[in-house]
Ligand binder design. Structure first.
Ligand SMILES: Cc1cc2nc3c(=O)[nH]c(=O)nc-3n(C[C@H](O)[C@H](O)[C@H](O)COP(=O)(O)OP(=O)(O)OC[C@H]3O[C@@H](n4cnc5c(N)ncnc54)[C@H](O)[C@@H]3O)c2cc1C
Ligand SMILES: *[C@@H]1O[C@H](CO)[C@@H](O)[C@H](O)[C@H]1NC(C)=O
Ligand SMILES: *[C@@H]1O[C@H](CO)[C@@H](O)[C@H](O)[C@H]1NC(C)=O
Ligand SMILES: *[C@@H]1O[C@H](CO)[C@@H](O)[C@H](O)[C@H]1NC(C)=O
Ligand SMILES: *[C@@H]1O[C@H](CO)[C@@H](O)[C@H](O)[C@H]1NC(C)=O
Ligand SMILES: *[C@@H]1O[C@H](CO)[C@@H](O)[C@H](O)[C@H]1NC(C)=O
Ligand SMILES: *[C@@H]1O[C@H](CO)[C@@H](O)[C@H](O)[C@H]1NC(C)=O
Ligand SMILES: *[C@@H]1O[C@H](CO)[C@@H](O)[C@H](O)[C@H]1NC(C)=O
Length: 570
């Protein structure tokens, strides 16, 4: 009966809905209804204001006064992730703030945020950012939004830290649930999932749906444990819900392998506790099926490891198209052995940052010697550094190497099958495919598949291809703040064309749901595999029969023609 706990305000709202005829409407819904919703959520309903609006002198077609000092603060921090996390209207991959099909938006030039061409004589528009949002603090806020959507037909979107590469956390004319404030973090060395017997226990960290990974790492460090997580300070819960790779995943599994309990509000308004002992179907679906298809995750609990000493290899050199081809070839020749020795990391063009908890410093150096020699011969450098903990490694190396935020980028990705690394012909095929790609882009390789992890079959809903792959490879495209529709279309199609070559050499493999091509062909097969997808769809229909929560290429996707996706280029 939770759902009807606040029925008085609902009835009030409903009667306004039928009788009101006032003019002031958003998407056909008059302001009185929004006011009623605002009262229900204790005044936490807001109208969004574009992140860079202070720089512009026109907003939604009306003249406005620019605010120089606010503008210059935004210009300074335009590519700062923490600044973006704290602003509802800012997204890490900034084209998702805009309506890419029409070009309406409010962006600066991410290469040079002071470039006046971006904001002088340009009309700032909300683009694809929701007009209204609720800064969620309690389960009741989420229930209020579900009920509002059900009654008014206003669509919902769920935004956490806005890292999404596929636009799944924004949406023109939606009511958005912003989860940033759910930032609690706690540790329990003997966590027993609710409903399980007391011999099922884990050393585990529980965090709110909106906690920042960097805060979780620091908290874990203070408690002398290791949280296995992603390669960026501000990634949110969408990370583990869609898979969740870490450079420690080769040893300890993906985010979906490590979560032991999820508290989620499903569209019927109930707070469900999902784990291995109860609501097991929902638990399975949330371990890879993505967040905003099944409910709003308020809190999740994840196994942690003891404090780990790590060997880190930091290797880099000035790259060019000819030494890069040889370099990727070298990494391909060595990757199987590196994988067996527990290495995980990133290969970003002419650089490697890798870690392993399995080797001593001397063994690590020997294992990486060929790569270090190569880099030095090209005028670069290579070191092995021993770090006392993940957090120490993160602070020293990741903060300066993590992926940039603010620019308009898109990815095409593929899980690269281990079998390719096992034969000379396979290695040749992969080396040649990368070589062919170099004139367009240097593939960015995440060595973050659960290569050595002892997986219990059937426990997660991510594509089984994760379990037979050594690399998660991506090709990146990019456009500028002032791109034309033709340029945007061209970049998406170039990315699609280049990643297709990697699909062709890995038949039967798949791609990472969180970092796939926006236009991934056969996405159901690619992200989950058809057996998993059929089951995911059953769980979706059980918990969200009215399709209240939908997003692009998510489970139960209604297809590109839905007006919710009017800003995607088709
Ligand atoms: C710079 C950068 C670095 C990255 N590094 C990594 C990495 O190292 N490893 C990796 O695996 N991925 C990485 N990613 C990809 C990342 O996992 C995805 O972008 C993921 O969607 C981010 O989740 P979010 O909550 O921050 O994003 P959002 O864009 O806010 O949300 C993404 C999706 O998840 C849903 N969602 C988020 N939280 C909840 C919740 N609590 N309840 C219900 N639904 C929710 C949203 O509705 C949306 O559909 C990176 C992305 C970027 C931009
Ligand atoms: C919601 O109420 C608060 C507090 O009264 C107010 O400050 C805010 O502007 C209201 N939001 C909207 C969208 O009207
Ligand atoms: C920019 O961001 C940093 C880090 O998030 C913050 O400390 C600083 O105050 C911000 N600067 C401005 C001018 O807002
Ligand atoms: C931290 O954990 C490590 C490894 O488990 C252990 O050796 C060490 O004694 C612990 N230190 C503290 C201060 O608890
Ligand atoms: C690439 O870089 C290496 C090392 O700096 C140099 O010897 C080589 O000539 C360069 N090749 C090209 C095509 O620029
Ligand atoms: C990769 O290196 C091997 C030798 O280690 C060589 O035989 C092969 O031709 C190289 N492949 C490419 C595509 O450069
Ligand atoms: C997986 O299981 C095997 C056999 O039990 C064991 O030797 C290995 O260490 C395990 N791997 C990990 C990463 O725990
Ligand atoms: C975009 O702006 C840059 C300068 O910042 C300019 O060189 C380029 O021509 C512009 N492109 C379009 C399509 O207007």
């Amino acid at each position: 009966m939770q759902l009807w706990g606040w029925n008085l305000s609902l009835i009030a709202l409903f009667s306004i809905l039928v009788t009101d005829t006032k003019a002031n409407t958003i998407a056909g819904i008059s302001s009185e209804h929004w006011d009623a919703l605002n009262t229900t959520v204790n005044g936490r309903l807001s109208v969004s204001i574009p992140f860079s609006k202070p720089c512009f002198s026109s907003f939604e077609g009306q003249p406005v006064q620019p605010d120089q000092s606010a503008c210059s603060a935004i210009q300074k921090n335009y590519t700062d992730a923490v600044t973006r996390v704290n602003d509802f209207s800012a997204y890490m991959i900034s084209q998702w703030e805009t309506c890419q099909s029409t070009g309406e938006g409010c962006l600066l030039d991410s290469n040079k945020p002071t470039n006046p061409l971006a904001y002088q004589n340009v009309d700032c528009r909300r683009g694809n950012v929701a007009t209204y949002y609720i800064e969620v603090q309690s389960s009741d806020d989420v229930r209020a939004a579900f009920e509002f959507s059900r009654r008014t037909g206003i669509r919902l979107s769920v935004k956490n830290h806005g890292h999404d590469y596929k636009g799944r956390s924004s949406g023109k004319d939606t009511l958005s649930l912003w989860l940033r404030s759910l930032d609690s973090i706690s540790y329990n060395s003997v966590f027993v999932p609710s409903g399980c017997s007391s011999d099922t226990k884990y050393s585990a960290i529980t965090y709110g749906g909106g906690a920042l990974l960097q805060d979780v790492y620091e908290f874990a460090d203070q408690h002398n444990v290791t949280f296995i997580g992603g390669y960026h300070q501000t990634i949110g819960s969408g990370w583990f819900l869609g898979g969740g790779h870490s450079i420690l995943s080769p040893n300890f599994g993906l985010g979906v392998d490590r979560v032991v309990q999820i508290k989620v509000i499903t569209p019927n308004g109930h707070l469900q506790v999902a784990n291995e002992c109860q609501n097991t179907d929902l638990f399975w679906a949330l371990r890879g099926g993505g967040g905003s298809a099944f409910g709003v995750v308020m809190e999740s609990t994840h196994r942690v490891e003891p404090q780990l000493a790590l060997q880190a290899a930091i290797i880099k050199f000035p790259g060019n198209i000819s030494n890069l081809a040889d370099w990727y070839n070298l990494t391909i020749q060595n990757s199987l052995r590196w994988g067996q020795n527990g290495w995980g990391g990133h290969i970003a063009g002419p650089s490697i940052i890798h870690v392993t908890p399995r080797l001593g410093a001397q063994e690590a150096r020997e294992d990486m010697q060929e790569a270090i020699d190569f880099a030095i011969a090209q005028g670069g450098s290579g070191v092995i550094d021993t770090l006392p903990s993940w957090n120490a490694f993160f602070a020293k190396y990741v903060l300066s190497a993590q992926a940039a935020v603010g620019p308009e980028v898109m990815l095409g990705t593929r899980l690269i099958s281990t079998s390719l690394f096992e034969t000379e012909i396979g290695r040749q095929t992969l080396a040649q495919t990368i070589k062919n790609t170099l004139p367009f882009a240097s593939p960015y390789i995440v060595v973050g598949t659960p290569f050595l992890f002892n997986y219990t079959k059937g426990t997660t809903s991510v594509t089984p291809a994760w379990r037979n792959s050594l690399w998660h490879l991506s090709v990146k495209g990019q456009f500028n703040f002032n791109s034309t529709l033709e340029e945007r279309k061209f970049q998406y199609s170039e990315v699609a064309r280049h990643i297709q070559a990697f699909r062709d050499i890995t038949p039967g493999s798949g791609a990472y749901f969180n970092e796939g091509d926006v236009y991934e062909p056969n996405h159901e097969e690619s992200f989950w595999g058809s057996d998993n997808y059929a089951r995911l769809l059953e769980v979706k229909r059980k918990y969200d029969p009215d399709n209240l929560l939908t997003c692009w290429q998510c489970v139960g996707w209604s297809g590109p023609e839905d007006p919710l996706y009017q800003c995607y280029i088709k």
